[in-house]
Design a protein. Structure first.
Length: 668
C-alpha cells in the first residue's frame, strides 16, 4: 500500500498533485490543477540534505522576475507534513517546448521541427547564449551544462529546466553544482572525481555553451568526436582533456581529422570559427573562452549575413561562400539535413518550354574562332640619343683610342724603335682626357632594359598562345550538355523511384519504425553518453542508421560495442510487424516528390546560369584575345626600342651575342 504524502507550500496551502508529467533520477514533475498561474511541482524521491533544502529556500527567495521567464526557476518550496522538511518546489510550467537535442539532431529535427532551416538553428544558438548571459549576469553558474537542461519553442526561444542543480551564489554563500556531464565538461575539470567542493566559474560554463552552439551549427556533431590519427582509442572525454579539437586549421597537428561527411569550418564566418578555436583549444584555459555576450553578438551578425539557396529555401548559408554548401554535401553524401522547401513560383507552369528556349540559346552560342598565329612586324627604330655631355666624353675617349692605335700602327711601320713612345703617348692622351669608357654604365642599364623587354615579350607570347585554346568554353558546354541530359531523364527517374517506393513498402515501414528508436535514449550495453555523442558525430543517431558498414567508419569503436549495437537493432527489427494494407506512406510520397522538385529546380537554375556563364566566357575570351594582341604589339615595340638603344652604345656583334643568349634562356 503506497503512502499518501501530505504537501504544503510556504504559505501552508495544501498541494494536490495531478498527472505525472515526467520523471528523472532525483524526482518527478507533477501537474498542480488546483493552483492558479500555470505552476507545476517537482517532488524529490528521497529526503533532501539540509544544504540542498537551504539552496531551494534561497532560490525561491530571489525575486528577480527575469530569471523566472527564461527558466523553470523554483518559486516556492514545498514541505512535507508533519516533518516540515523541503520535499520539492513549485516552478513555472514550461509548455510547448522540445529538448534542444530534438532540434540539433538531423533525424529528430525532421520530426519535431520540420520547418526549421539553418537561420532557425542560428537563432536558437543565439538564444541559448542569451540565456547563459542572463544566468551569469545574476551571479550564478549553470555548472551541469548538458543537452537535457535546455528546451526550445517553435519560435526558437529557449528555456532552462532543472535549475535546482545550478551553482547559486547568495551574498557570500555559494551553493555548489554537484553534477556534470563529461562531454560538456571543460578540459580542466575532466579528471575531477567530485564536483562538491569545486567552485564553478562562467569560463567553465562557456565551454559547455560552445559545445551546444557547435551542436546546433554543425548538425549535432561533437567538436571532439573525430577520427583519431594516432594509435589506440580516443574517447570524447580523453579528447577533451587533451584539447583534441577535431575541426579547424590545426586538427591534424592534434592528430585528429573531421568525421566523414562532416560540415567544413568554412560553413561559418571566420569570426565564429575563431570563437570555436578560443573555446576548444588551450587558449580557453589560458586567456578565457568567449563569454555568452560575445556569442550573442557574433551569432546576431552571422544570421544577418545569411543568404538563401536559389533551389532549396531551407538552405541558408553565409554570403562569403560562392555556392550553397548544403546542396554540395547532400549531393555527395546522400544525407538530408533539412526537409526541402520550394518557394512559391519557383517552378512556373510553362517551365518546359522556357527551359527548351534556354537550351536552344545555349546551343546557338558558337565557340570562339581559332586565333591566328601572331605575325611579327619589321620595326626599324632609332636609338634614344645620348646626353650632350656623354656624347663629348665618348668622342674624346674614342679619339684617344684612335690616336693611340694610329700612332702604334705608324710606329710599327716607320719607326719600330719608337713603339714604346707611341704607346705612352696614346695612354697619356686617354689618361689626361677620358680615362674610362663613359658609356659603360649606360650600356649595363640598357642591357638590363633589353633583357626585361625580351622577358615581357616572351611572357605575352605565351599568354597569346594560351588564349588560342578554348578549353574553358568547351568544358562548360560539355557540363551543360550533361545537365540537360540529367534534366531530360529526371521524370523517368522519378517514376522509377516511385515504383521502387511501392515495391519496398516493407523496407520503408521498417526504416520508419527503426528511425523512432534513438540511440541517445536507449540503454545499450556499456555504451555511455560519450560513445553516443561519437556515434551522432558519424551520422548514426537511430536504430535505422546502425549497420556494419556505418559502424566500420567509426574508428576506435570496439568489436564488442559494435556487436551490442547490431544486437540492439536486430532485437527491435524482430519486433517489427509489417502492415501490407497501409501501402506507401503519403509523407514518403510527398517527400520523394519534393526531393525531385528541388533537384529539377536546381538543374533548371544551373542551365539558366550556364547560359549567361557561357556567353560571358566567349565574350571574355574574345576581349582578352584582343587586349593581349595589343599588349603583344606594345611588347614587340618595347623590345625593338630596347634593342636599338643597346645597339647605340654597343657593337652589332655584342648585340647579336646578347640576343642569342636571351633566346636560349627563354627556351630553357
Amino acid at each position: 500500500m503506497s503512502v499518501i504524502r501530505r504537501l504544503v507550500d510556504e504559505s501552508g496551502t495544501l498541494i494536490v498533485l495531478g498527472t505525472r508529467l515526467g520523471s528523472g533520477g532525483e524526482g518527478s514533475v507533477f501537474d498542480t490543477p488546483e493552483i492558479a498561474g500555470g505552476l507545476v511541482a517537482k517532488i524529490y524521491h528521497e529526503a533532501l540534505p539540509v544544504h540542498k533544502q537551504a539552496k531551494l529556500h534561497a532560490m525561491a527567495a530571489m525575486g528577480n522576475s527575469y530569471l523566472r521567464t527564461i527558466s523553470a526557476w523554483p518559486l516556492r518550496t514545498v514541505r512535507e507534513l508533519p516533518s516540515g522538511q523541503v520535499a520539492g518546489f513549485l516552478m513555472p510550467k514550461i509548455a510547448e517546448c522540445e529538448p534542444i537535442h530534438h532540434l540539433y539532431s538531423p533525424a529528430q529535427r525532421k520530426q519535431f521541427f520540420p520547418k526549421a532551416d539553418y537561420a532557425f538553428l542560428i537563432s536558437a544558438a543565439r538564444n541559448v547564449a542569451a540565456a547563459f548571459d542572463s544566468i551569469h549576469a545574476h551571479g550564478h553558474v549553470v555548472g551541469d551544462v548538458n543537452q537535457g537542461n535546455l528546451v526550445v519553442r517553435a519560435d526558437s526561444i529557449v528555456r532552462f529546466i532543472d535549475c535546482d542543480s545550478f551553482q547559486i551564489t547568495v551574498g557570500r554563500t555559494r551553493f555548489p553544482c554537484e553534477v556534470g556531464v563529461q562531454h560538456f565538461t571543460p578540459p580542466e575539470l575532466q579528471n575531477i572525481k567530485s564536483f562538491h567542493a569545486v567552485a564553478r566559474t562562467p569560463n567553465h560554463d562557456t565551454f559547455g555553451l560552445a559545445v551546444l552552439v557547435f551542436h546546433l551549427l554543425f548538425m549535432g556533431r561533437h567538436p571532439y568526436a573525430g577520427i583519431y590519427l594516432g594509435q589506440g582509442d580516443m574517447p570524447i572525454e580523453k579528447a577533451i582533456a587533451e584539447f583534441r579539437f577535431a575541426y579547424g586549421a590545426g586538427s591534424h597537428a592534434r592528430d585528429m581529422d573531421t568525421p566523414p561527411n562532416a560540415l567544413p569550418m568554412s560553413l561559418v564566418t571566420p569570426e565564429i570559427a575563431h570563437l570555436f578555436e578560443r573555446a576548444f583549444t588551450e587558449v580557453g584555459t589560458q586567456t578565457g573562452r568567449p563569454n555568452a555576450g560575445e556569442w550573442v553578438a557574433a551569432l546576431d551578425i552571422f544570421r544577418k549575413q545569411l543568404r538563401t539557396c536559389s533551389t532549396d529555401h531551407a538552405h541558408k548559408f553565409p554570403a562569403h561562400l560562392l555556392a550553397c554548401p548544403w546542396c554540395e554535401i547532400e549531393a555527395r553524401s546522400g544525407m538530408q539535413f533539412f526537409l526541402p522547401l520550394l518557394s512559391p513560383g519557383m517552378m512556373p507552369a510553362d517551365e518546359t518550354a522556357t527551359i527548351e528556349q534556354v537550351w536552344q540559346r545555349i546551343r546557338g552560342i558558337n565557340p570562339p574562332p581559332r586565333m591566328p598565329d601572331y605575325a611579327a612586324r619589321e620595326l626599324h627604330l632609332a636609338a634614344t640619343p645620348l646626353p650632350r655631355e656623354l656624347r663629348i666624353k665618348t668622342a674624346l675617349y674614342r679619339a684617344g683610342l684612335a690616336a693611340g692605335l694610329l700612332g702604334l700602327g705608324a710606329g710599327l711601320v716607320e719607326w719600330p724603335a719608337l713603339v714604346p713612345l707611341w704607346v705612352l703617348a696614346g695612354a697619356a692622351l686617354i689618361g689626361f682626357g677620358v680615362p674610362h669608357d663613359p658609356c659603360a654604365p649606360l650600356r649595363a642599364e640598357r642591357a638590363l632594359a633589353l633583357a626585361k623587354a625580351l622577358k615581357q615579350g616572351h611572357d605575352m607570347m605565351e599568354r597569346y598562345c594560351q588564349l588560342a585554346e578554348t578549353h574553358a568554353f568547351s568544358d562548360k558546354l560539355r557540363q551543360l550538355v550533361q545537365v540537360k541530359a540529367t534534366l531530360d531523364g529526371l521524370h523517368r527517374h522519378h517514376q522509377l523511384a516511385r515504383l521502387k517506393l511501392r515495391e519496398s513498402v516493407r523496407e520503408a515501414q521498417l526504416k520508419k519504425c527503426l528511425s523512432g528508436f534513438l540511440i541517445a535514449n536507449a540503454k545499450i550495453g556499456l555504451i555511455g553518453p560519450g560513445r553516443k555523442a561519437t556515434l551522432a558525430s558519424f551520422g548514426i543517431e537511430t536504430a535505422a542508421d546502425v549497420s556494419a558498414t556505418m559502424l566500420a567508419r567509426v574508428r576506435g569503436f570496439g568489436e564488442t560495442q559494435k556487436a551490442e549495437l547490431l544486437a540492439w537493432r536486430a532485437g527491435l527489427e524482430a519486433k517489427f510487424l509489417f502492415n501490407p494494407t497501409r501501402g506507401v506512406d503519403p509523407q514518403d510520397d510527398q517527400a520523394l516528390a519534393a526531393q525531385f522538385a528541388v533537384q529539377k529546380s536546381r538543374l533548371d537554375t544551373t542551365l539558366r546560369e550556364g547560359l549567361s556563364e557561357l556567353q560571358k566566357l566567349r565574350f571574355d575570351l574574345l576581349r582578352m584575345r584582343s587586349a593581349t594582341e595589343a599588349l603583344l604589339d606594345d611588347a614587340e615595340r618595347a623590345q625593338a626600342q630596347a634593342a636599338a638603344d643597346y645597339a647605340g652604345v654597343a657593337t652589332q656583334w655584342a648585340l647579336r651575342r646578347f640576343m642569342r643568349r636571351a633566346q636560349r634562356r627563354a627556351q630553357s
